[in-house]
Ligand binder design. Structure first.
Ligand code: AMP
Length: 538
């Protein structure tokens, strides 16, 4: 049998041996950085040695709460190469989620960005019982109540390391996904899963990443490993650009121009805002060849404008945390290039065809596979080397969402005769606003905890910029005088501002399904009518 090298070490070795001169550009708050893959290799080695000195051994989980910069990128390699598990934590979650996630994963070390992420950890510190060291991803430690060290101080200079020989099934990464019910659910990625996803992204059937590319990492590094792009770009030997914390579209546009970016990715919201910016500003984005957009449906008009006005192709992609993100890409097949633009865009507006190595089936409620006629719909099931087959520590959720090695995605789709998947509905009540989840169930529970609210249903309403925003329908006690603003203020005690429902409707009765659940479908319909007929807020 040939020796198996399906680990990230093969990525790291290839990039640093064959492309030592390639650049990594980073814009963290403490000053822009530009270094080569050769220098990156030294920093990764130094970080691995530094983390080992903090007690990080094979099997340890290292949590990160941070944005897109070179230090986070170094941790993407140093932790898994050392046999540890890199657990990226969403930096914009409510506090209670962060403490739950850190404890559930039993992270022993946290790498945290200065600013908001550090403040979050300060607030939840007393609720965390597993973390031994906090490392601030900066050159020095800002004022903090935490026993923290600076990242640059633990990176050992001129270090050497003997990387351990790891099995392909060694856990290497971890993310949490917000479920429809209950607590966030952890998924674990092995070395071979990271390896297989990077190979998939490099393939022409997916993102076709090559050493000639300049990849701008717009997807936050706390989101499913920035969709795996940092790993794929590394093994390809591509130049990489990390734009720093929460970059504005102006900053992104200028980075594209200055660094000659050819490929980037992100949720539609970003690309919609970028179009608005480009309308009024003279920035040259002509180096940009393609954008992979997904996380929610990409409006066809946005794709058209990029293509026609800027010569940039938007490849719509579909994926989930459970599938390591990008798992299908919507690009017309070669014989479709003869078709009219109209027909080609119809294909682009779908979620695409499955990436190589994956397997799918679409089943109706009776468990039967549906026909690929573009009309009949069912739930998409998927399996393959980049798809998890369980949730960490959650047999209940695993039983609900998996059948054998099949992941039941909860996405309701049709598949046309050409094999293009189209998402027609989400069998989930979760709200996705600008690519970030808002749990309707959590908001409902919180609302119903208010003395004057007897029923609360929270549901997604379409939004031009954010794709979806939360709306709430409330039944109040007869004597209540609560207003929409009172309700928002009440919620803001426990949730960030972007979680607060934009619209609050007061009703005599929240409609229910036959089984007594809030009928979100009817609510959405009612909402559409109400907004036509009257002002919903009090
Ligand atoms: P996440 O686990 O946060 O990556 O979210 C995964 C979910 O986002 C999927 O199950 C879909 O419901 C939705 N999603 C991802 N990509 C797309 C897309 N291109 N169009 C519509 N919905 C999408």
């Amino acid at each position: 049998m040939p020796s198996s090298n399906m680990t990230l070490l093969s990525y790291f070795t290839r990039a640093t041996q064959l492309f030592p001169e390639k650049e990594v550009v980073s814009c963290p708050p403490d000053g822009d950085q530009r270094y080569t893959y050769a220098a990156f290799a030294d920093r990764v080695t130094g970080l691995a040695v530094g983390l080992a000195e903090l007690g990080v051994a094979e099997g340890a989980r290292v949590g990160t709460i941070g944005y897109n910069h070179h230090r986070h990128y170094e941790a993407y390699f140093a932790v898994p190469l050392s046999g540890g598990q890199l657990h990226t934590i969403n930096a914009v979650l409510p506090d209670s989620h962060v403490s739950y996630i850190v404890n559930d994963a039993a992270d022993s070390v946290l790498l945290v960005d200065p600013g908001d992420p550090l403040e979050t950890v300060e607030r939840v510190w007393d609720d965390i019982d597993c973390v031994e060291h906090v490392v601030v991803m900066s050159d020095s430690v800002p004022d903090t109540t935490l026993p923290a060290v600076a990242y640059d101080d633990i990176v050992v200079e001129d270090a050497t390391v003997e990387w351990p020989e790891l099995a392909p099934d060694q856990p290497a990464g971890m993310c949490y996904t917000s479920g429809t019910t209950g607590k966030p659910k952890g998924v674990e990625y092995t070395q071979s899963m990271l390896y297989a996803h990077g190979m998939m992204l490099m393939s022409p059937a997916s993102m076709c990443i090559d050493e000639s590319d300049v990849v701008l990492h717009t997807v936050p590094m706390y989101h499913v490993n920035a969709w795996g792009l940092p790993y794929a770009a590394t093994v390809a030997g591509a130049k990489q650009v990390f734009p720093g914390p929460a970059p504005t579209v102006e900053e992104l546009a200028h980075l594209i121009e200055a660094e000659g970016v050819t490929l980037t990715g992100g949720v539609p919201t970003v690309w919609i805002s970028m179009l608005e910016y480009l309308e009024d500003h003279d920035v040259d984005i002509s180096s940009l060849d393609r954008i992979v957009a997904g996380g929610s449906a990409v409006p066809e008009g946005v794709m058209r404008t990029y293509e026609e006005k800027y010569g940039v192709t938007i490849d719509q992609a579909w994926g989930m945390t459970e599938t390591m993100s990008i798992s299908s890409v919507s690009r017309p097949k070669s014989y479709m290039r003869e078709w009219t633009q109209e027909r080609q865009f119809e294909k682009r507006a779908k979620q695409g065809i499955l990436a190589p190595s994956l397997d799918m089936k679409v089943v109706n409620t009776k468990g039967e596979e549906i026909s690929w006629d573009g009309e009949t719909f069912g739930e998409l099931w998927i399996r393959g080397p980049t798809v998890v087959d369980e949730y960490y520590n959650r047999p209940d959720a695993t039983a609900d969402s998996f059948e054998g090695d099949w992941l039941k995605t909860g996405d309701i789709v049709t598949v046309d005769g050409h094999g293009y998947i189209e998402l027609v509905d989400r069998d989930k009540d979760i709200i996705k606003s600008g690519g970030e989840y808002i749990s309707s169930i959590e908001l409902e529970n919180q609302l119903m905890g208010h003395d004057e609210i007897t029923e609360a249903a929270v549901f997604a309403i379409p939004h031009e910029k954010w794709q979806e925003r939360p709306a709430a329908t409330l039944k109040l006690r007869p004597e209540s005088t609560l207003t929409a603003d009172d309700v928002r203020e009440f919620l803001s005690e426990s949730y960030p501002r972007w979680w607060l429902p934009d619209t609050i409707l007061f009703v005599d009765e929240v409609p229910k399904t036959a089984t007594g659940k809030f009928d979100k479908k009817r609510l959405r319909e009612q909402f559409e009518q109400t907004t036509l007929e009257q002002t919903p807020d009090r």
